[in-house]
Design a protein around this ligand. Structure first.
Ligand code: NAP
Ligand code: FER
Length: 344
């Protein structure tokens, strides 16, 4: 059902709630679409009508049973998530009706939020959806996760997993801007064509039809791996670590291959590789760089303007299709950043 152009009934706020904590891969029945009433902004707040919402892997952690880096969503609560929307009513001098803003407003058509928690977007200078991608959380993740954690040097080889997804698409391009060789791992031949043909990755392979990841990476990285940007964990990571060069760096951005696992996954114990290679693996959360987001966004916007960064959005239409869009992203359906278009 496509409802992107459908006007909501006046006063009705359609919302998607978590219905049940998923076990393993989430199912559509773990979510519930409900009608609620449109809230009113109090002093210092604005009412925002959602235009795009983002579905991201971190949400799997937030709806799960285990404690994460932030409070989990309980069944009955509105799904969290980043949204770009239009202010329809404001009770704060910083915002006016008609302004386009980005904020953590959740999977719903309308939300109130404090004006200070909303970031104003200039729709004249960039497509508004970029606030959820290149010029938003995933862009900043690629930027700081590669540049700060790994400090790439010209001529180095950078391997990226989930290379055709939102973050991974950008990491390879930033590596190329820093004059590194970029090699990507992704889950289909179409994804490999996308990263090598359109994004400028130097090489890549489809892990779903490659029997020996280590042999393939060795072929694609004849000088070894200096930087591994890890989005997935599991066997791809095991193979990359074996090829790490002395003083190699691993940016542990995510472990999406494990997000639906009910039990901890056991793999080869590779910590010894860090010893003998005098290498470093460092995890990060993008918000640890919040005080430098403005610098990151300025640089990403410049690269976008100069067409040194290309991006693809994978847009699903209709709020009611957000659960399916989210589940499909976890399954690897998306090429580029998956978004949901809620309204024109
Ligand atoms: P994304 O890459 O656009 O989408 C997730 C991708 O994961 C899918 O397209 C799929 O691509 C891949 N995947 C799913 N199951 C997999 C498996 N078993 N093995 C290998 N690949 C699998 O998502 P994103 O938003 O850009 O996020 C990418 C990573 O960054 C995630 O790990 C996320 O948690 C992390 N992240 C971290 C931070 C932070 O602050 N640390 C912030 C944002 C994102 P394939 O077809 O290639 O399998
Ligand atoms: C954040 C820190 C990390 C955040 C998202 C993430 C939405 C994502 C983590 C992951 O995908 O593992 O503040 O805000």
């Amino acid at each position: 059902m496509s409802a992107a152009n459908q006007q909501p009934a006046p006063g009705v706020n359609r919302q998607i709630l978590l219905a049940a904590r998923p076990v393993g891969m989430p199912k559509e029945s773990d979510f519930k679409l409900v009608d609620s009433t449109v809230p009113h902004p109090a002093s210092g707040e604005a009412l925002v009508r959602a235009l795009y919402l983002s579905v991201d892997p971190y949400m799997r952690g937030r709806i799960g049973a285990h404690a994460s880096y932030a409070k989990n969503i309980d069944p009955g609560e509105v799904m969290i998530g980043g949204v770009v929307g239009r202010v329809t009513e404001s009770n704060d001098p910083r915002l006016s009706a008609g302004d386009v803003v980005e904020g953590m407003l959740g999977w719903q058509e309308y939300a109130v939020a404090s004006a200070k928690s909303l970031r104003k977007i200039d729709p004249a200078s960039v497509p508004i959806s970029t606030a959820l991608y290149v010029l938003g959380m995933p862009g900043l993740t690629a930027y700081f996760g590669l540049l700060d954690i790994c400090k790439p040097q010209p001529g180095e080889t950078v391997v990226v997993s989930a290379a055709a997804g939102g973050v991974g698409s950008l990491v390879g391009q930033i590596a190329r801007i820093k004059r590194c060789r970029a090699v990507g791992v992704a889950g289909s031949n179409g994804k490999i064509r996308f990263i090598t043909g359109e994004l400028g990755y130097d090489g890549g392979f489809n892990y779903r039809d490659t029997p020996d990841y280590h042999a393939k990476l060795k072929e694609l990285c004849p000088n070894g791996i200096d930087i591994y940007f890890d989005n997935v964990g599991g066997e791809i990571t095991d193979a990359a670590i074996r090829l790490l060069n002395t003083r190699g760096r691993i940016s542990v951005c995510g472990q999406v291959s494990e997000y639906n696992a009910e039990e901890p996954q056991m793999g080869p114990r590779w910590m010894g590789q860090l010893v003998v290679k005098q290498a470093r693996a460092e995890g990060f959360l993008v918000h640890q760089f919040a005080d430098r987001f403005e610098d990151g966004l300025k640089q990403l916007a410049a690269w976008l303007r100069e067409k040194r960064i290309k991006y693809r959005e994978d847009v699903v239409e209709g709020l009611e299709n957000a659960p399916q869009a989210f589940i499909g992203m976890l399954r690897g359906e998306n090429i580029g950043k998956r978004l949901v278009k809620v309204a024109e």
